[in-house]
Design a protein around this ligand. Structure first.
Ligand code: ATP
Ligand code: MG
Length: 353
């Protein structure tokens, strides 16, 4: 498996160094054919090459099997005509990474304020209110007069169908329960179609239990009893918001691993940003990046059928859970170690001796 690694900004270099060391560790233990190539995107690339992502990098990424994208500080990327495109948006669009999979779970050894839970948000990643990711001509917002802006939301049958299928396939590997989250009482046509298609896809998975929730009510349900949920499927913006909530409910944004998956390609990416407030201080929780790497290995193992990758991914999930229980973790989740030592402890745990 060839993976391109782009460490990113802020805490990115620190957390990505841990993630790649963990990848190397499981690669040795499970005798994986794993090849990591390092490159730059974002600010460093803008300085060196005049664009946050160059065509050469896109070609290199496309030639690999997967991508590890570090957090990118995007606040001063405003003018796409000057090469200041948000790398995350760029890769999601050019690699058609339509499913954003964001697990959130509690761990033994951490206070679980809401009780233990283990759920995954499957967020549509290419349309909805962020339709500019999919429309070549550009913007999904328009200034009608100096005082009026119209924002467009695009929902298509094809994108609903493929995200629904991702959610049901995932549910089959878990507790076989899918919850559809929508606002069909207001967005009658778009979310009406989304629900309809989800239920139609559900017919292909008779073992999976299905229910649906209006997004506002869902906020209460998920805070009241997160253990009620297994896989949650929803449109782009609702998934964006809901998955930040569930990540935080699980204990820390630093546990938020995620995968952006398409039909032929996937990108592991921590769900949080570059956390400039703690960058360079050996404080960042590296597990979000490590869990994203494990998701990427599992995705590749499933897709290619090559031996070892699923075992390696699962070993990482298990290792992180054991490390948290043993207190070998960063301060945000109650541990006492820095980023580097947390990474070394996990690597030792996973090395098999
Ligand atoms: P950006 O503009 O890149 O999104 P941000 O200032 O919004 O950066 P986030 O990265 O979104 O910051 O983080 C929000 C909060 O969560 C910050 O206080 C940050 O320190 C904390 N945080 C985020 N990631 C981690 C992590 N891996 N470990 C510990 N704390 C984190
Ligand atoms: Mg942020």
């Amino acid at each position: 498996m060839r993976i391109v690694v782009l460490p990113g900004d802020g805490i990115g270099p620190e957390t990505m160094a841990v993630a790649t060391n963990i990848l190397e560790t499981v690669s040795r233990r499970f005798a994986l054919e794993l090849n990591l190539t390092y490159d730059v995107a974002g600010h460093d690339s803008l300085k060196q090459h005049g664009a946050t992502v160059t065509n050469a990098l896109l070609e290199k990424v496309k030639a690999a099997d997967g991508l590890m994208l570090g957090p990118m500080a995007t606040y001063d990327f405003k003018d796409e005509s000057k090469g200041e495109i948000n790398p995350s948006k760029y890769f999601r669009k050019h690699l058609d990474l339509y499913a954003n999979i964001r697990p959130a779970r509690t761990y033994k050894g951490m206070p679980a304020r809401l009780g233990e839970f283990d759920l995954t948000v499957v967020r549509e990643n290419t349309e909805g209110f962020y339709a500019d990711r999919n429309i070549e001509s550009g913007a999904s917002e328009m200034l009608i007069t100096p005082d009026v802006v119209i924002s467009l939301r695009r929902i298509t049958r094809q994108c609903c169908e493929r995200i629904a299928r991702s959610a049901f396939q995932l549910a089959m590997t878990r507790r076989k329960h899918v919850s559809i989250v929508h606002k069909a009482n207001v967005l009658k046509m778009g979310d009406g179609m989304f629900i309809d298609i989800c239920h139609r896809v559900a017919e292909e998975f008779p073992e999976v239990q299905v229910d649906d929730f209006i997004v506002d009510a869902m906020m209460a349900h998920v805070v009241r009893a997160p253990q009620r949920f297994d896989v949650i499927v929803t449109t782009n913006m609702f998934g964006d918001i809901l998955s930040d909530l569930t990540a935080e409910l699980s204990g820390s944004l630093g546990l938020g691993g995620s995968l952006n998956a398409g039909a032929h390609y996937a990108m592991g990416q921590a769900a949080h940003g570059s956390a400039p407030d703690i960058a360079g201080q050996d404080l960042a929780n590296p597990f979000s990046q490590v869990l994203s790497a494990a998701m990427l290995l599992n995705w590749y193992g499933q897709k290619s059928g090559k031996p070892g990758f699923l075992d390696a991914g699962n070993a990482i999930f298990q290792g992180v859970a054991q490390a948290i229980e043993a207190g070998e973790a960063t301060r945000d989740i109650g541990g006492k170690l820095g980023t580097r030592k947390t990474g070394l402890a996990l690597a030792h745990r996973l090395s098999g001796h």
